[in-house]
Design a protein around this ligand. Structure first.
Ligand code: SF4
Ligand code: SF4
Length: 254
């Protein structure tokens, strides 16, 4: 219920946007903003412009730049997926991150900036791709974001704004992950309803679909939020740099 309330609140709050918004954020203000965001238990922050193809059909964002946010789930509770404990951490993280996104949007408005919070549940844009573009992590076979901070054990949200001097990320340091995934495929093999495509569906606009939602969503709903794909992912129990070094060594000796 709290998730639904906060999703709606994000829309109501749009009316509070400023009539003559500021478009430039000072360096110190950005540092203060990040300190505020971290105080809300947000684990990852990144900035990017939102490509049109990442916005879901019939949805819209109010501003074209995104502050992308991640919040860690409890690894211990994910390690017993699927279970009531896993379900607890999923929903708790959705709720906490949704509240955090609304607070960040309000914080920006108090400083004279426009903002639009987007709840982690039922987002407006393709969050894992957005987070990858923002430099927080890489896109994995399971359709999830994988980060050096906490593997794939996290949830994602965004706050959209028209501040035009955010330090937008360029490049992708995590592109190797998908290559590593081709050598792993554990999530594909262990997904209970077989919802992960062996090869992604590539759409006309270049966007890829890795998950069959018609198989994943019902299983997720009936089995405590499932999360088996995160549980079995090596990034959930092995350090990111260790996996990367091992992978790069193997690539060199091939
Ligand atoms: S949440 Fe479960 S059903 Fe959905 S992709 Fe992951 S393992 Fe498969
Ligand atoms: S389980 Fe393996 S294939 Fe799936 S996302 Fe994790 S690393 Fe990639």
């Amino acid at each position: 219920m709290s998730c639904i309330k906060n999703t709606k609140q994000a829309i109501f709050d749009l009316e509070d946007n400023v009539k003559e918004p500021r478009k430039k954020i000072e360096k110190e203000e950005l540092e203060d903003l990040e300190t505020f965001i971290r105080s809300l238990n947000v684990s990852g922050i990144g900035y990017t412009k939102v490509p049109q193809e990442y916005i879901f059909k019939n949805k819209a964002i109010a501003f074209e730049n995104a502050i992308v946010l991640t919040m860690n789930m409890d690894n211990k509770k994910v390690s017993v997926a699927p279970s009531t404990k896993t379900s607890q951490t999923i929903w708790q993280t959705y709720d906490n991150l949704g509240k955090a996104a609304n607070k960040i949007a309000r914080y920006l408005r108090t400083k004279g900036f426009n903002s639009h919070a987007s709840h982690p549940l039922g987002g407006i844009a393709l969050y894992p791709r957005l987070a990858e573009k923002a430099g927080i992590g890489g896109f994995g076979k399971s359709g999830l974001l994988i980060t050096p901070i906490n593997g794939g054990t996290l949830r994602l949200a965004a706050v959209y704004t028209d501040i035009d001097n955010l330090p937008l990320n360029e490049g992708n340091d995590h592109g190797w992950i998908m290559e590593y995934c081709k050598t792993c495929m554990r999530c594909f093999k262990e997904c209970p309803p077989g919802a992960i495509f062996e090869k992604p569906i590539v759409h006309d606009n270049g966007r890829e679909t890795h998950i069959d939602n018609e198989k994943c969503f019902p299983y997720f709903a009936d089995n405590y939020g499932c999360t088996v794909c995160i549980k079995v992912c090596p990034f959930n129990y092995t350090d990111y740099e260790t996996i990367k070094e091992g992978f790069e060594k193997r690539q060199k000796t091939r």
